[in-house]
Design a protein around this ligand. Structure first.
Ligand code: SAM
Length: 325
């Protein structure tokens, strides 16, 4: 079955799958104080997650992004990737990580045939990295990136800029795309969880600064991933620069995704707390019941988020780490 569409005619073929809510970083806009640890049986087992992905494939999901928390701290993450890669109708399995544990897993990820890695990296300055993430881990993240490059797994850097902290770090981050086969993307801060306390820097401003520095840039027409990023090419650069402008360039008309949290909540939209629990169905129900609930989540997708409107309309209360981004 292909081309599962929602009531707004959007084709939904992508599921972000959070496999753990815990993270080894304490990013100031995400979980600066950490989060309450859930009892282990609240979290889906790896077999349950793979089972949901199998049913998702049966209703038209073709691409899976493994996320967290920090997915690489979940024991068995590689086995899970293996299981999901083995589902015939899943065409792409990708991973998003903060990169701090990536170096030791790069070889296995290559062996498992992982299709791409996103590394979240907001600065190349060691002190700022520690200030933003609560951990002196820049060197670890950079070595993770280098290992992934060695195995030639397609790589993107995702950066969130904060005013007064790393708002000018786009310069060094963008330079990573100059001589290396890396796409660097700027993600606007979204008013989810602690992100509400930060002003979102417009990607239009970043683009203007890039143009002021590098001159005219070319718009990249082809799609370079699963998501809503728009890309530019700076002449002479190997990689491209992407913009995920959730606030200042709302792209809900092109939304192609649903989200599964580590506790088994299926979310039609990042902005709202509405969800459908898959936990009971995957633990005791039939495959058809899981499929029915997956289809119900697609049917319940709203027309769009409300991040750029009155913040009281945003009903989601969880942190990004509990959802998976
Ligand atoms: N630990 C993994 C990682 O670093 O990619 C996956 C989970 S993390 C929550 C996913 C992404 O969400 C990271 O790139 C992080 O910077 C981003 N993020 C967290 N809170 C955010 C917010 N309020 N607005 C925009 N992005 C946010």
């Amino acid at each position: 079955m292909t081309n599962r569409t929602d009531p707004y005619g959007r084709s939904i073929d992508y599921m972000r799958v959070s496999i753990i809510d815990r993270c080894n970083l304490r990013c100031r806009y995400c979980i600066p104080e950490g989060i309450e640890w859930l009892p282990p049986n609240e979290i889906l087992t790896l077999e349950e997650i793979a089972g949901i992905c199998r049913q998702a494939a049966a209703i038209g999901i073709r691409k899976i992004k493994i996320t967290g928390g920090e997915p690489l701290i979940r024991k068995g993450c590689m086995d899970l990737i293996h299981m999901i890669k083995s589902i015939p109708d899943i065409e792409q399995v990708t991973l998003t990580t903060n990169g701090t544990l990536l170096a030791s897993y790069a070889k296995r990820l290559h062996q498992e045939g992982l299709d791409a890695v996103n590394v979240s990296l907001d600065t190349l300055n060691r002190e700022k990295y520690a200030k933003i993430t609560g951990y002196d881990g820049l060197a670890d993240a950079l070595s993770g990136i280098s290992e992934i490059e060695k195995y030639k797994i397609p790589l993107k850097i995702n950066s969130v800029l904060q005013r007064g902290v790393n708002d000018e770090d786009w310069q060094e981050l963008a330079q990573m795309a100059k001589d290396r086969n890396i796409n660097v993307r700027f993600i606007e801060m979204m008013p989810i969880g602690h992100g509400k306390q930060f002003e979102s820097i417009s990607n239009e401003d970043i683009l203007a600064k890039i143009q002021a520095r590098y001159g005219p840039v070319e718009k990249v027409q082809k799609s370079l991933g699963n998501g809503p990023a728009s890309y530019i090419h700076i002449p002479g650069f190997r990689g491209d620069i992407g913009f995920i402008s959730a606030i200042h360039g709302k792209f809900c008309h092109a939304c192609n995704r649903i989200r599964l949290t580590a506790t088994g909540q299926l979310k039609p939209c990042l902005c709202y707390e509405d969800h459908i629990s898959l936990k009971e169905a995957i633990r005791g129900g039939s495959p058809e019941e899981v499929q029915r609930l997956l289809l119900a989540a697609i049917d319940q997708k709203p027309a769009g988020h409300c991040f750029n409107q009155n913040q009281e309309m945003i009903t989601e209360k969880q942190e990004m780490a509990q959802i998976g981004g």
